[in-house]
Design a protein around this ligand. Structure first.
Ligand code: UD1
Length: 335
């Protein structure tokens, strides 16, 4: 069976993807520097699948460490999650974001080329579209100037990969995620926000758990049916499965070009108020929330056209927003 390197494999999306890879019989090796994850996730993954993945605590910003890893490990493909992802923090610390997200990507690609590892899946984001002119958003929608250094690292990252595929045997797929939410049905792994959550769903579950007093709904004067902003919330288990089919496409040489891009979302947009109502309905918990000003940098609405992923990858989401919210709540209750 193929051996797959998952960088950032102890993080939120990474850990769910490791579980799905193991369920499909892949041999998994994780690199994670624990900068935004904890080592106990390794045991949690093991308890879900019954198989302990290989694990290395390697800082991918250290080129010699990346070289050593590739010298000592025979890898068939890479799913690259390891990156910093806090939008606000990236504005404060742009150079750290460029060093971490771009430096590590360059070193990985260099070692892939040097050691003939040719299959690469990249964590990209719908943030590359900014506020798209047309909804739902297709992969052909123009890339808008990034709102933050974080968003810029995703745009630049895609370009670096695309350029690399032109001068090597590397084949790559960038998956542009919409808003990943939810947790594993086992309730053993989920999203672990450090400090005050910036994203909606962790803030919702922490408010319901009375860790936060009140949820602020950022903006109620958007041009949307109820005035609150609209996003495409994709269950992390469905998202994880998209990585497996994308990887299989490369391993079987089914790709149509050496750099491909797919949107991964549900195709449905939900407003913040709809999310709140759905959460209250599935959990039976009342949420204390108030409408406040817009959050700077936020867009009005984004949801995916997932036609291409369905056609080319044979992938479609199976879980609903309600499934995601209930699993996020059950996960919260374990914390
Ligand atoms: C952001 C990033 C995205 C990144 C994702 C996960 C942008 C444009 N998008 O998505 O690239 O991949 O985080 O890290 O930077 N909201 C509230 N109250 C809250 C929190 C959020 O009302 O306490 C609202 C937001 O205004 C937004 C929606 O909920 O309308 C979703 O917010 P969030 O979960 O932070 O995700 P995005 O901003 O869409």
């Amino acid at each position: 069976m193929s051996k797959i390197l998952v960088t950032g494999g102890l993080g939120f999306i990474g850990s769910h993807t490791v579980v799905e890879l193991q369920n499909e019989g892949y041999d998994v090796v994780i690199i994670d520097d624990l900068s935004n994850s904890t080592i106990d996730v390794l045991d949690k993954i093991t308890s879900i699948t019954g198989i302990k993945p290989d694990y290395f605590n390697i800082d991918l910003k250290v080129k010699s460490s990346v070289q050593d890893f590739f010298k000592n490990n025979k890898i068939d493909g890479i799913i690259h999650f390891a990156a910093s992802k806090a939008v606000g923090e990236s504005v404060q610390k742009p150079l750290e974001y460029y060093e971490n997200n771009i430096g590590s990507l360059v070193y990985l690609l260099q070692e892939m080329k040097a050691t003939n590892v040719n299959n690469f899946i990249f964590s990209s984001s719908c943030t590359v579209y900014g506020q798209a002119d047309e909804l739902p958003i297709t992969e052909d929608a123009p890339i808008k100037p990034a709102e933050s250094p974080y968003g810029n690292t995703k745009q630049i990252g895609e370009e670096i990969i695309k350029d690399s595929t032109k001068v090597s045997d590397i084949k790559a797929i960038a998956l542009r995620y919409f808003n990943p939410v939810g947790a594993h049905p086992s309730t053993k792994i989920g999203e672990l926000p450090i400090g005050v959550p910036q994203n909606l769903i962790p803030f919702v579950t922490q408010t319901a758990a009375r860790i936060r007093e009140q949820l602020s709904v950022f903006g109620s004067d958007y041009e949307t049916p109820d005035g609150t902003a609209v996003r495409d919330y994709i269950h992390v288990v469905d998202l994880a499965k998209a990585h497996i089919v994308a990887l299989q496409r490369l391993l079987k040489n089914k790709n149509k070009s050496n750099f491909e891009v797919f949107n991964i979302g549900t195709g449905k947009g939900n407003s913040v108020l709809e999310v709140i109502k759905a959460f209250e309905k599935v959990t039976g918990k009342k949420l204390n929330y108030k409408l406040v000003d817009r959050r700077p940098g936020d867009i009005t609405a984004a949801y995916a056209d997932t036609t291409l992923a369905t056609k080319e990858l044979g992938w479609k989401p199976e879980l609903t927003l309600e499934d995601a919210l209930l699993s996020a709540w059950k996960w919260q209750e374990t914390l």
